[in-house]
Structures are given as C-alpha cells and as structure tokens.
Design a protein around this ligand. Sequence first.
Ligand SMILES: C[S@@+](CC[C@H](N)C(=O)[O-])C[C@H]1O[C@@H](n2cnc3c(N)ncnc32)[C@H](O)[C@@H]1O
Length: 248
Amino acid sequence: MPYNAPDFRHRAQLTEMMDEPCSREQLRACLRDLALTNRLTMAYRPLLRWLDTLKITQPRLADPLHILDVGCGYGDSLRRIERWAKRRGIAVGLTGIDLNPDATVIAADASPAESAIQWVSANVFDYTPRQPIDLVVSSLFTHHLDEDDIVRFLRWMERHAQIGWFINDLSRAPFPYHFFRIFSKLARLHPFVQHDGPVSIARAFRPAEWRDLCAAAGLGLQDVQIQSFKPARLCVARRKPQAKEEPQ
Ligand SMILES: C[S@@+](CC[C@H](N)C(=O)[O-])C[C@H]1O[C@@H](n2cnc3c(N)ncnc32)[C@H](O)[C@@H]1O
C-alpha cells in the first residue's frame, strides 16, 4: 500500500488484490485472514443485533427463515447466523452466493459437516433465487461496486427480500485506514489483506453517500437506518413494513 494516503472526501478508485486472478490456495489464505479480522473487529455484531431487533419467532413464519448472504467469501457471517438461529430455535434456510467459484468451495470446506448452508457460485445480478428470500445480507461487499451497481443492488434487494435487508460495510476515514495499514503488517496478515484492508476503507462510504444511493434507488430516509459501529463499520438496514405477515 503506498504511503500517499487517498483523498478521503471521495471514494477511491482503487482495485483489490482479491479481485484479481489468483490460486484457490491464495484465496483461501486471504479469506481465512479476512475472517480472522472480522472476528477481531467484532464485525458480526451489527448484523446479529439487527436480526434480534426483527423479533423473528417461528410461529409467525410458516417456512424456515430464508437468508441470502451476497458476496459471502469465506462464509463466516452465515456460519455465525446459523449458530444465532440454532440458539434461538429459529429454523433457517441459509444461502451464500459469491461471484468467485473458488470462494464457495472454500466456504463449504470451512463449514462443519452438520452445517446446512447452501453455497452458490453466481453474480448476484444474474441470480434468480429458487425460493423466496426473507432477508438479504452482505458484508464488505458493496464497496466492491460502483455507484450505479450499488443502486442496482439496492433495487435487487428491494425486489427479492420479503422482510428486509442489511448491508454491513466500512466507514471511510483516515484513522481506521492508517490503523489497519499498520496493524495488518504487524500482525502479518495475508499480503492481500494488508493491501486490500486499507483500500477497502478508502473505497467505502460516508452516511450522506448512503442517503443519496438509497434515494437513487427510490428509498427515503424513513425507509432505512444508516448506523455506524465501532470500529469502522457503517451499516444500512431496511425493514419492510410487515411484508411477510401482511402480503399486499
Ligand atoms: C471482501 S469479500 C467479502 C467476504 C465476506 N462477506 C466478508 O465479510 O469477509 C467480497 C466478496 O464479494 C464477491 N463479489 C464481488 N462481486 C460480486 C457479485 N457481483 N456477485 C456476487 N459476489 C460478488 C467477491 O468474489 C468476494 O468474495
């Protein structure tokens, strides 16, 4: 990572090493260290808290709660959700999709034998779910997209998620950028993570940008919740007004 820091006023136009062609073993080592970083930074907490706020109880749902994780990578978020659901006695159907076919193989390899998560290799924009989806979630995915595709993704989620959706991504700011640049080197994280971590922060968002993106997708301020979580996360949550219980 060059030491001339980006201009944090705008999303950086930089590429990530994990998006370039690499071997499956390189990707596996990178995703493993990314999952370690997720654990160390308590990155699952915003999503799990949001799931709790939905107050899902099985009797309200005729079928298992179907959750789709877009850009699932190593699959660690979905495995956390599987544990969350098991503890609460909520029957779930979990699907992780990723553009990179190696990622879904790696996610399946990293899952325990008893896990029932389905792993699908697909571009989200070409993906037609085989069964209705209740919730669409993603983590560290949206900053990989340009603004037009983010608006497209928001519309895609609005169309497919019956109950709501949750975007867990990064907040663009100098402190986390520099902190992670130094920490990842000291911790000797995978070279892709050392490079891509700060780049991801530089490509990430500020709340006003999410407000504009949501507005472009036809969503008003009252429709979404944009919330920061320490360290360096910025999340966008959408709960549709009782979509599952009161079909229109
Ligand atoms: C930075 S990784 C995030 C992995 C994981 N969600 C996490 O939080 O650690 C982003 C993932 O999004 C996937 N991806 C990028 N564009 C995609 C698309 N259009 N459809 C599905 N997955 C995509 C990439 O292949 C990559 O595995």
